[in-house]
Design a protein around this ligand. Sequence first.
Ligand code: TYM
Length: 327
Amino acid sequence: KQIAFSAIQPSGTITLGNYLGAIRNWVTMQNEYNCIYALADLHTITVRQEPAQMRKNILDAYASILACGIDTEKSLFFIQSHVHTHAEMAWVLDCYTQFGELSRMTQFKDKSAKHADNINAGLFTYPSLMAGDILLYQADKVPVGADQQQHIEITRDIATRFNGLYGNVFKIPEGFIPKNGARVMSLQDPTKKMSKSDENVNGCVHLLDSPEAIMRKFKRAITDSEAHVHYGEGKDGINNLMGIYSTITGLSFEQIEHDFEGKGYGDFKTAVGEAVVEELRPIRERYESYIKDKAYLEECYRKADEIALKISSRTMNKVMKKIGFIL
Ligand code: TYM
């Protein structure tokens, strides 16, 4: 079986974008791949975190992702900071990553504009920490949303460069970016990606939102003045709603256009909202029971942490030896 690796930052709540762009594929890939998933908590401290809130976010995210359908019998789901090879590999890869290529990362440019008071070195070297995550497990496929494409590319570049120097150490991974759902946009500004940091609360649907909140957000979604449900240029709002609806229901865009022929945007927004409510309902219910059982959550991640350390240590040792360290 091929290996799939991916991770998510436990910074605040998980969004419908995270779910449709990535986590949903993490779940389906479990049947075909050896899946290894992580909570990328080391990545979150590139932005200042409040300690108590951070602890809560990590457990919440762990429970939420289990609730999405990650099966710990089939897949590894561990906490990045518990597996020390990640920080070690990040340092090593920092020394094989160029200042110039990190400077070209659009996420660094965006984040340093947004957090101008804290443009720390970690924010800059974030891609080599992420590259290490992936390369430690010799992953074949990395299921992510479209916003991570550039990070996958730099991972491939770093790995190829390292292999060029020392022989075949790393598997060169490929992104696994869905055709549909890879870029869920804000419901309030459909030219921007849906993000937990959206200032407008109605722009972002959270995994654990109540059905009422979800319906309200979809009913208020920004569309256009045409009132005709079809995919097209200048129809970012409707295109986004069609993308969400199609990802969840599996209906093609043509089918959706056909089904909503002669109907207004109100009907369509209600249908999309209801589809999202039904998709997220069982997740919220499972989350409620997982989050009450901290002992179970701990049992799950401790077991996974240990196995992740074993697997990743093989690559780490190989890398250290190749470079010239004495082991
Ligand atoms: P993060 O935590 O920002 O997002 C987690 C996943 O959700 C996807 N995503 C979206 N997909 C579609 N539409 C959106 N609006 C949307 N917003 C987010 C992201 O593409 C991602 O797949 N650096 C990563 C975490 C990470 C990682 C890794 C990923 C750390 N190490 C190794 C893969 C492999 C991040 O910040 O994702």
